[in-house]
Design a protein around this ligand. Sequence first.
Ligand SMILES: [Zn+2]
Ligand SMILES: [Zn+2]
Length: 298
Amino acid sequence: MPTHSTRSLDVAAHVAASIVPAVLDVIGQSWSLGIIEALLLGDKSFGQLLLELSIPRSTLSARLKHLAAMRCLEPSSNGYRLTPSGQALLPVVSLARAWDSAADTCGNGFMHQCGRVFSPVLVCACCVRPVRAKDIHLDSPGDIPQLQSLPKPARRSRAEFSANQGLNAAELLGDRWTALIVALGFYGVQRYSDIARHLAIAPNILADRLLRLCDGQVLLRETEHDTGRPVYRFSERGLQLFSLIVVLIEWGDHWLRPAQQLPTLMRHLPCGQVLKPLLRCSSCSENVSIGSLSAPPA
Ligand SMILES: [Zn+2]
Ligand SMILES: [Zn+2]
């Protein structure tokens, strides 16, 4: 059994080389998740999307083009429709929205067939217990993935973050460094010096992103008891991001990783099985697919 610090270092290397950055290249830009969400229940035209999302025409056009190049959506007779890989983003979209809803940063999402507003919960398919950060063990990293080459999106700058409001999930995923700091945190890399080393990030950018994550009440800055060094731990709200990271990894392993490569192995400690996450409705405990959801009443 490796010590905690050895495991953290293995895991850090794993995350840095993991599927997470590839997934962020696909859906991490501003509005990408919103577009996927808007198309989950059916095709929409460019004009409908423009009206529903109220974003600049040029931004919508660029995002649609990027998501089409990433094979998440395609043109249809009515405008645009999700491909199977786009539809498979349902857990990502719904868990991101649920995280935002908990901070009251957005309105109602979908309705579930049970008649309630859909409130998602991620459970282990084997033992049906909810997926929590403390219950997952990441197996030793396998080979560094050789990902299919996909077009890279333009990088965002800090200036694109909305000022003076809580960090929302789309913003968090929309900034590569912010999302990678969170992913590393879940694998135990929380010391400032370790984060800096594993991400090879400029000190001013790291300081900026950590400040943003603390301001957004995702991380809490503490001082390590024995060494006096700064360490960033998750707040309660930060811990709730774990299931979102799990479904990002799951989606990337399934849709982006070449078949001959091993997927990211996450073991669910309560049942001892390899974690297969399952999306459920927290009101009725039924499994959730797109077909069981509908639009909220106007
Ligand atoms: Zn389990
Ligand atoms: Zn339900």
